[in-house]
Ligand binder design. Structure first.
Ligand code: SF4
Length: 366
């Protein structure tokens, strides 16, 4: 007994106990997101959410179920058709971002997509935003859309557990075309396959976005897309937006932040031809520019909604000043078109059902 007491009171016992406490604490911190995710309510079924959205839209009720938050306009690429250009370098303060996101969640947001500019130019803020939305706000889906050039394995290993979907933009598998468009690095395709592999290892859904324009509408992309095996491949018809990418050629040459998308524009028939050549892929999701202009809910770097529909781009008041409902009234967002285009889909992390293009699954088609 005396021996046991002196052992328990010895400095060694103190060191062992402290180490055990520290290890348990670290283990809890590391597993915390996984534990919470495991026990959170099962996501609302997409079909039920879509039906509810359509019925709300008919009654004139607006709910920001899926929001694209462009928290920065800064980008390391110069795509000639970019319609969210670097007009400002503003990035909101962390407290304001969190307050805005909380207001959106209270107003009905279930999915957030962080976009830019290039979101990975701000890796710390991006990590903070993803963790806040997934853990604190418990959103069904947190996604990021990136040009892929700044994504690292290290970032994904540290913060990938807060991300459901990672989308990467790629307009061509021919490096010369990518360079011509302004997004090329000379190794876009290699980087794409790396990102695809990291996502697969970490259980993040991998998505591909392509802008169909005058440089790629005749390209055969199906073979490589099948190899990349994204769960969704969104193809947009290039869009001209007043005050974003309609600068004159001279202005665009003088100021690298300005864009002239005219030489990228394609006809509806050319877009239809591209779609016909790729529609056999189960992951293929085409979007014409009319649909794209009104069915995305965009929040800009000042936490204002943007309306990129017909004519001049409109900006609402800041949601921190007037609230989400009031700000929504100031822009046109076609909630019915959003629901009808399949805006609500299986958007949480990889599950049994999430097979991609290569698998030939139609489980995610709408
Ligand atoms: S379209 Fe190109 S330039 Fe514009 S934000 Fe995306 S990667 Fe950057």
């Amino acid at each position: 007994m005396g021996l046991l007491t002196s052992l328990l009171l010895s400095p060694w016992a103190l060191i062992v106990t402290t180490t055990l406490f520290a290890l348990t604490g670290s283990l809890y911190y590391l597993l915390r997101p996984r534990l919470r995710l495991k026990f959170q309510d099962k996501a609302v079924l997409p079909a039920a959410t879509t039906e509810k959205l359509l019925s709300d839209a008919n009654k004139g009720i607006s709910k920001p179920v899926s929001v694209n938050y462009h928290f920065t306009r800064k980008c390391n690429k110069v795509c000639g058709f970019c319609f969210h250009t670097e007009k400002t370098s503003y990035v909101a303060k962390e407290d304001d971002m969190k307050r805005g996101l909380k207001l959106l969640k209270e107003a009905g947001m279930k999915k957030i997509n962080f976009a830019g500019g290039e979101p990975f130019l701000y890796p710390k803020q991006l990590a903070m935003l993803c963790e806040y939305c997934k853990i604190d706000l418990q959103l069904e889906s947190v996604s990021i859309i990136s040009n892929g050039t700044k994504i690292t394995e290290d970032w994904l290993q540290k913060y990938g557990r807060f991300v459901d979907v990672l989308g990467v933009s790629c307009d061509s598998f021919d490096e010369a075309t990518n360079i011509e468009i302004g997004r090329g690095t000379g190794k876009n395709v290699t980087q794409l396959f790396l990102i695809r592999g990291w996502c697969r290892d970490l259980g993040i859904k991998f998505k591909l976005n392509t802008v169909v324009c005058s440089f790629n509408w005749q390209e055969e992309m199906a073979t490589t897309v099948e190899q990349l095996d994204p769960f969704r491949w969104k193809c947009f018809q290039v869009l001209e937006v007043q005050d974003e990418n309609d600068a004159s050629t001279t202005d665009a040459d003088l100021d690298k932040r300005k864009r002239n998308a005219k030489r990228f524009v394609i006809s509806d028939q050319q877009f239809a031809d591209f779609c016909n050549n790729h529609k056999h892929l189960s992951c293929f999701v085409p979007e014409s520019n009319q649909l794209m202009a009104s069915s995305y809910l965009i929040l800009d770097e000042y936490l204002c909604f943007l309306d990129k529909g017909d004519g001049k781009e409109k900006q609402s008041s800041c949601i921190l000043d007037v609230g989400v409902a009031e700000a929504l009234k100031e822009v046109y967002w076609d909630q019915a078109a959003f629901a009808a285009r399949g805006g609500v889909y299986d958007w949480s992390r990889v599950g049994e059902e999430s097979k991609g293009c290569g698998s030939g699954s139609t489980a995610l088609e709408w």
